[in-house]
Design a protein. Structure first.
Length: 575
C-alpha cells in the first residue's frame, strides 16, 4: 500500500497521531526501510490488529489462513512467483469465483490479471504477511516430488579429471539438483546441510532447530556432480580430493539473502560437504529475545557500561555464542566509539564496525590481528575466540589498558572459564581485575505456540530427573525467583508444557530455539576469592550467594514458564 493510505488508516483509528507517524517515517527512511516494516519490526504495530484495520478501511473481510489446508490445485492457480512478489494466496474456488488473500487490496491490475488467467471472478480478503509467507511454503512441498527425478537418474560414468568434473558440475540436471537442495533447505529453515557419500548412495540431511533430519537419498552417480557444482559456486579447486577445503557463496533474490559457508572433507566413500546457512536479512535480536531473564539482563547491562574489561561468552560449538556477542555489540555500536572485530569467519556484517577475518594460511591469526587492532585506537574489540595462550594474554592486557574486550571460549560453565584462563597462562590477579562477566550458554528448542498443552510429570520421569539433576536446588531457586510458591516442594507438583504437534511445527511440537544461560558477574566477593586462588567449590558458593542461576536452573524455569520442555532439557543434558 502507498504510505499515505497507511498513514490515513493509523491516524483515523487513533493508533498514531500525525507527529508520531512523521517521526517513525523519518527514522525508517534513515535506515532505508519502508515505514510499515519499521513499525512492525519495532513492535509499534502488531500485524494482526493492523491488517484488520486495513480490511475495515477497504470494507473487505479479514481472514486467518493459519489453519486452512489449501488444495494444491487452488494454490497453484496463481504462479508461485506472482504469489510471492505480490503477496497473494488463492485459498478457495468454485465454478465462478476465486477467493484471494492479500496484504494489499490496492493491487487492481494483479486481480485483473488473475481474473483473465483463471476465468474466475476474484473475491478479495485481507490477511497478514506471516499468513502469506506460511502458505508460500506449501509451494515448496512439491520439491520432494521433483527430487524423484534425480533419484531415478542413472549415470555410470566417472569423470574424475578437472575438466570432466567441471562439465559435470555445469550440467543442467546437476545445477537444478543443487539449486533445489539449497532452496528446500532455505524454506525448511535449516541451519546446516550435510551431503554424505556412502558406498552405493548419497545421503542428504538438514539440521533444523538443532536436530539433524534425513531429507533424501540420492544415487551415488550424482555425488561427483554435486561436489563439483558446490566447488564451482565456492570458487574451490575442483580436482583437489585429498585435502579439506573451505569456502563460501551467497544467494540473493527478492525473497531472501543467504550466505553459505562451505566445508568439504575427504572420506573413505568420497568427499563430504557441510554447508552452514546464514540469513543476512535476519535482524539482530535483542537480549530479551535471546532468552535472558531480568536479573541476568541487569548484570549484562551493568557490565557493558564499564569502559574496560572482558566480557566472555562460553559454551560448545553451535550454542549461539556469536549471536550473543553480536547482540551485545549492537547495543555498544554508537558513533562515539571505535569498534573492531577479528572473526573466523565473519558471520554478519554490521554498520560502523571494522570487521576482519583471520587467514591462518598466511599467518593472519587472532593474536596477530589483535595486536594490529591495538594500534588502531579502538575502544571496543571483539575476538571471535580465545584459542591459545598468546591470544589470551593479548586480550587480557588490552582489557587492562582501557579497552572493552569481548570474546568466546569453549568451556561448559562459568566457573571453569576462570581456570581455563589460568591454564592459558593468565595470572589470577589479572583474571580478578579484568573479567567483568562470564556468560555460559546452550540452546534448547522452543515449544510450538500453536499446539502447546500442559501436563504433569509421571512418577518415572520425576525419578529420572532426580537422578540427573539437583532437583532440590532447582525447586529452591524457582521459589526464590517467585516462579513457584513455597508449598510446591517437588517437580511432580508442577504443571509443565509440551507441543502436541501441528502443521505449523511439522508435527514436532517445537518451533525455533532459545538460549539457556548461566551469568557470572565478577562481584567484589568473587574477585577477592579469585585473587586468593580459591578452589572451584568456594567460587561456586560465592557465586550462589551473589544470586547465580545455573544453566539447569534457567532451563527448568523456562520449562515451567512454557518456553521449552522437560524432554528437551533431558536431551541436551545427555550430550
Amino acid at each position: 500500500m502507498v504510505e499515505e493510505k497507511i498513514k490515513k488508516i493509523l491516524i483515523e483509528n487513533e493508533v498514531l497521531d500525525e507527529k508520531e507517524f512523521k517521526k517513525y517515517r523519518d527514522t525508517a527512511r534513515e535506515k532505508n526501510k519502508d515505514t510499515l516494516s519499521y513499525l512492525i519490526d519495532k513492535k509499534i504495530l502488531s500485524p494482526s490488529p493492523f491488517y484488520k484495520l486495513v480490511a475495515q478501511y477497504f470494507k473487505l473481510p479479514f481472514i486467518d489462513l493459519q489453519e486452512l489446508n489449501i488444495e494444491g490445485k487452488i494454490l497453484s492457480s496463481i504462479p508461485e512467483k506472482t504469489a510471492s512478489v505480490h503477496k497473494i494466496i488463492a485459498f478457495e474456488a468454485d465454478d465462478k469465483t476465486i477467493k484471494l488473500a492479500t496484504v494489499n487490496p490496492d493491487q487492481l491490475e494483479i486481480f485483473e490479471f488473475i481474473k483473465k488467467k483463471t476465468g474466475l471472478k476474484p473475491e478479495i480478503y485481507v490477511t497478514t504477511p506471516k499468513n502469506i509467507s506460511n502458505q508460500l511454503k506449501n509451494y515448496h512441498k512439491k520439491l520432494k516430488n521433483e527430487f524423484n527425478f534425480f533419484q531415478k537418474e542413472k549415470d555410470g560414468t566417472d569423470n574424475s579429471d578437472a575438466e570432466g568434473l567441471r562439465r559435470k558440475g555445469e550440467e543442467v540436471s546437476t545445477i537444478n539438483l543443487v539449486n533445489k537442495l539449497l532452496e528446500h533447505a532455505i524454506f525448511q529453515e535449516a541451519s546446516d546441510i550435510h551431503i554424505e557419500p556412502e558406498e552405493n548412495k548419497t545421503i542428504v540431511r538438514y539440521r533444523v532447530d538443532g536436530i539433524l533430519h534425513n531429507v533424501m537419498t540420492l544415487p551415488k552417480s550424482t555425488h561427483n556432480g554435486i561436489v563439483a557444482r558446490i566447488k564451482i559456486l565456492s570458487n574451490l579447486k575442483i580436482d583437489e580430493h585429498r585435502m579439506p577445503q573451505d569456502g563460501r557463496f551467497k544467494i540473493y533474490n527478492k525473497k531472501y539473502k543467504i550466505s553459505f559457508r562451505v566445508s568439504i572433507i575427504p572420506t573413505f566413500n568420497g568427499e563430504k560437504i557441510v554447508l552452514r546457512l546464514l540469513n543476512e536479512q535476519a535482524g539482530i535480536l535483542t537480549l530479551e529475545e535471546l532468552g535472558f531473564q531480568k536479573k541476568a539482563l541487569d548484570k549484562i547491562k551493568r557490565s557493558i557500561k564499564k569502559p574496560h574489561g572482558e566480557i566472555l561468552v562460553t559454551g560448545p560449538t553451535g550454542s549461539g555464542k556469536t549471536t550473543t556477542l553480536y547482540t551485545i555489540l549492537n547495543i555498544l555500536n554508537t558513533p562515539e566509539v571505535n569498534i573492531s572485530t577479528i572473526e573466523d569467519p565473519i558471520e554478519y556484517h554490521m554498520e560502523r564496525i571494522n570487521q576482519s577475518q583471520i587467514q591462518p594460511k598466511i599467518g593472519y591469526t587472532f593474536a596477530l590481528g589483535l595486536r594490529a587492532f591495538l594500534r588502531q585506537d579502538p575502544d571496543i574489540i571483539m575476538v571471535g575466540e580465545i584459542r591459545d595462550e598468546e591470544t589470551a594474554q593479548i586480550a587480557t592486557h588490552a582489557a587492562m589498558t582501557g579497552h572493552l574486550v569481548l570474546s568466546t571460549l569453549h568451556t561448559n560453565d562459568t566457573i571453569s572459564t576462570i581456570f581455563r584462563l589460568s591454564n592459558m597462562g593468565i595470572p589470577f590477579y589479572l583474571i580478578s581485575n579484568t573479567v567483568n562477566i562470564i556468560i555460559a550458554q546452550g540452546l534448547v528448542r522452543k515449544i510450538c505456540p500453536n499446539c502447546i498443552q500442559s501436563y504433569n510429570l509421571t512418577k518415572e520421569v520425576g525419578e529420572e530427573l532426580e537422578k540427573q539433576f539437583d532437583t532440590k536446588a532447582i525447586i529452591k531457586k524457582m521459589q526464590e525467583e517467585g516462579i513457584i510458591s513455597e508449598d510446591q516442594k517437588s517437580l511432580k507438583d508442577l504443571l509443565f508444557y509440551k507441543g502436541k504437534g501441528c502443521k505449523q511445527c511439522k508435527h514436532t511440537g517445537y518451533k525455533g530455539r532459545i538460549g539457556i544461560y548461566e551469568i557470572l558477574e565478577n562481584t567484589e566477593g568473587l574477585s577477592s576469592l579469585i585473587l586468593k586462588q580459591a578452589g572451584e567449590k568456594e567460587l561456586k558458593e560465592q557465586a550462589k550467594a551473589d544470586g547465580l542461576i545455573t544453566m539447569p536452573e534457567d532451563a527448568f524455569i523456562k520449562a515451567r514458564n512454557g518456553i521449552t520442555t522437560i524432554d528437551e532439557i533431558m536431551r541436551i543434558s545427555k550430550r
